[in-house]
Design a protein around this ligand. Structure first.
Ligand SMILES: NC(=O)c1ccc[n+]([C@@H]2O[C@H](COP(=O)([O-])OP(=O)(O)OC[C@H]3O[C@@H](n4cnc5c(N)ncnc54)[C@H](O)[C@@H]3O)[C@@H](O)[C@H]2O)c1
Length: 422
C-alpha cells in the first residue's frame, strides 16, 4: 500500500502491521540487517537490497552474516522462513516493489577527511529509477547536516516526481551500536524523526512508533534530525578528549584520574567519560569531520587530542622499559585489546592499530591478544600473533581485561596505570 499522502496515520500503522507495506532496506550490513529483520518481525514485507552477492544469498537462506549481534540469528531465520524477509542485488527492482525505501549504507571520509557520500548517492540513483507516487524514502545513514534535503532529494527528483508532493522523505538516524542493535532499535531510547515537511515527519513517526517501544521524538526538519545524530557523536568525542587531557594533567600532579573522574561524576552536572588509548569505530572518529571547518576549533582540537593518544601509549611503553634499563627496540610488546570497543569484533579505526604501527617503527616485536578475535582474525585484521610462550617485556592492556594471557610478562600497563606517574 502506498503510504505517503495518507491522511490517517492509523492506516499507515495498520498497513505496516498487517503486511500491506513493503519496505526495501538498502545495505544489509551490521545495522541494516537488524533493522530489516525487525521491520519484518513487526509485520512488514521486507526486501533487503545489497550489492554483496554473498550477503544476499545468505540472507535468502535465513542465515545471519553479522556476528556478535544477540538475537539476530533467530530473527533472520524466522522471518525468512515465514516469507516476510528476502534479499536481492537488484536495487532498482527493490525500489519498484516497495512502498518505503530505507537507506542504511555507509558514508565515509575521503583522503582529505571530507565526507564521501558516494554510496548514499549511488543508492539514491537506484531508488530514483524505481520510485513511484506515494512512496516514502528514509535516510538512516549518519550524514552531514542537509544531506537528505540537498543531496538525496535532488537525485530522487530526477525521477520526475516532486519530493513533499508526490513522495515523502525523512531522516531518521540510526542511534545504535554494534552488539546491541536489536535492543536499541526496539527501544533502548526513542527514535528521532525529521521530515522534509510536516506530512513526511508524521509518516516517519507513524512507522517508527510500530517499532520503538520508547516512542518517537519528532524534530522540525530532516536537518535537525541529522544534527541530532552528529551532536551525539561530537559530545562523546569532545568529552573523551577532556577525559584524556584530565589524565595527562592528573599524571603531572601524581593523581589517579579514574578516582578523580568517578568522584567528580557523583555531582549531577558532571558526566566525564573515561580516558584511553584513543577513539575508534565507524562513528565517533568519523562524524566530527562531517562538520569541522575553520569555526569549529573545539571539535577539531578534540579530534587531535584523541588521535594523539596512541603516541602517548607508545611513549609510556618506552618510558616504562627505559626505567628498567631496557629499550623498545627488539623488546617484545603485547597489545591486549585490539578491537575498538571491548567485546565487539570491529577493528575499524581501532587505536590498537596505530599503537602497533608506532611500536613496530621503533623496532619492537609486537604481539596481540583480544578475547573476541581468533588467531587467524588477529593476523588478518591487524597483522599480529599471540605471544605463544614468548617472554613479554611490556604488556599494554588497552581495554580493562581481567585476563592472564599465559605469557611471561615483565611490565604491565593497564588502563589505570597507563596514566599514573611511576
Ligand atoms: N556500525 C555501527 O555501530 C553504526 C552505529 C550507528 C550508525 N551506523 C550507521 O549505519 C551505517 C551503515 O553501517 P554498517 O555498520 O551497517 O555498515 P556495514 O559496512 O556493516 O554494511 C554496509 C552494507 O552496505 C552494503 N553496500 C555497500 N554499497 C552498497 C550499494 N551501493 N548498494 C547497496 N548496498 C551497498 C554493503 O555490501 C554492506 O552489506 C553507517 O554509515 C552509519 O551511518 C552504524
Amino acid at each position: 500500500m502506498k503510504i505517503y499522502g495518507n491522511e490517517n496515520v492509523k492506516d499507515v500503522k495498520d498497513a505496516f502491521k498487517n503486511g500491506n507495506m513493503t519496505v526495501a532496506v538498502y545495505g544489509l550490513g551490521k545495522m541494516g540487517l537488524p533493522l530489516a529483520a525487525i521491520f519484518a518481525d513487526k509485520g512488514a514485507r521486507v526486501i533487503g537490497a545489497d550489492i554483496n552477492e554473498e550477503v544476499v544469498m545468505k540472507t535468502n537462506q535465513g542465515i545471519n552474516h553479522v556476528r556478535g549481534e544477540p538475537g539476530l540469528d533467530e530473527l533472520v531465520e524466522k522471518n525468512v522462513k515465514r516469507g516476510r524477509l528476502k534479499a536481492t542485488t537488484d536495487l532498482v527492482k527493490a525500489a519498484k516493489d516497495s512502498d518505503v525505501m530505507i537507506i542504511l549504507v555507509p558514508a565515509f571520509l575521503d583522503k582529505n577527511k571530507k565526507p564521501d557520500l558516494g554510496i548514499v548517492k549511488s543508492v539514491s540513483e537506484n531508488i530514483a529509477k524505481g520510485i513511484e507516487r506515494g512512496d516514502f524514502v528514509i535516510v538512516e545513514t549518519t550524514v552531514p547536516p542537509g544531506t537528505t534535503d540537498r543531496v538525496v532529494r535532488p537525485i530522487l527528483e530526477k525521477s520526475g516526481l516532486k519530493a513533499g508532493e508526490d513522495f515523502g522523505m525523512a531522516h531518521c538516524p540510526e542511534r545504535t551500536s554494534s552488539g546491541r542493535a536489536i535492543r536499541d532499535i526496539l527501544g533502548a531510547y526513542p527514535k528521532v524523526c525529521g521530515g522534509i515537511n510536516k506530512k513526511s515527519t508524521d509518516t516517519a513517526e507513524a512507522i517508527y512508533q510500530v517499532i520503538n517501544s520508547k516512542g518517537v521524538i519528532t524534530v522540525s526538519s530532516s536537518t535537525e534530525a541529522e544534527m541530532v545524530k552528529i551532536a551525539e557523536g561530537l559530545y562523546r568525542d569532545v568529552n573523551i578528549a577532556l577525559a584524556n587531557e584530565l589524565a595527562l594533567i592528573s599524571e603531572r600532579y601524581g593523581a589517579d584520574v579514574f578516582e578523580v573522574i568517578k568522584t567528580a561524576n557523583t555531582q549531577p552536572f558532571c558526566n566525564i567519560h573515561k580516558p584511553g588509548a584513543g577513539v575508534g569505530g565507524h562513528c565517533i572518529p568519523v562524524y566530527p569531520w562531517f562538520v569541522i571547518d575553520e569555526n569549529t576549533k573545539l571539535i577539531k582540537t578534540a579530534r587531535e587530542v584523541n588521535d594523539s593518544m596512541p603516541e602517548y601509549v607508545v611513549d609510556k611503553v618506552s618510558k616504562t622499559l627505559s626505567e628498567h634499563g631496557e629499550s623498545v627496540k627488539d623488546s617484545n610488546v603485547l597489545i591486549a585489546g585490539l578491537v575498538y570497543r571491548p567485546g565487539v569484533k570491529e577493528v575499524y579505526h581501532t587505536p590498537a592499530r596505530e599503537v602497533i604501527k608506532k611500536l613496530r617503527k621503533l623496532g619492537a616485536n609486537v604481539y596481540g591478544y583480544d578475547p573476541v578475535l581468533s588467531e587467524d582474525e588477529m593476523k588478518s585484521m591487524l597483522g599480529v600473533e599471540s605471544p605463544n610462550g614468548h617472554k613479554i617485556n611490556c604488556a599494554v592492556f588497552i581495554h580493562d581485561y581481567r585476563y592472564n594471557p599465559k605469557a611471561n610478562i615483565e611490565h604491565i600497563l593497564t588502563p589505570e596505570n597507563l596514566f599514573r606517574n611511576g
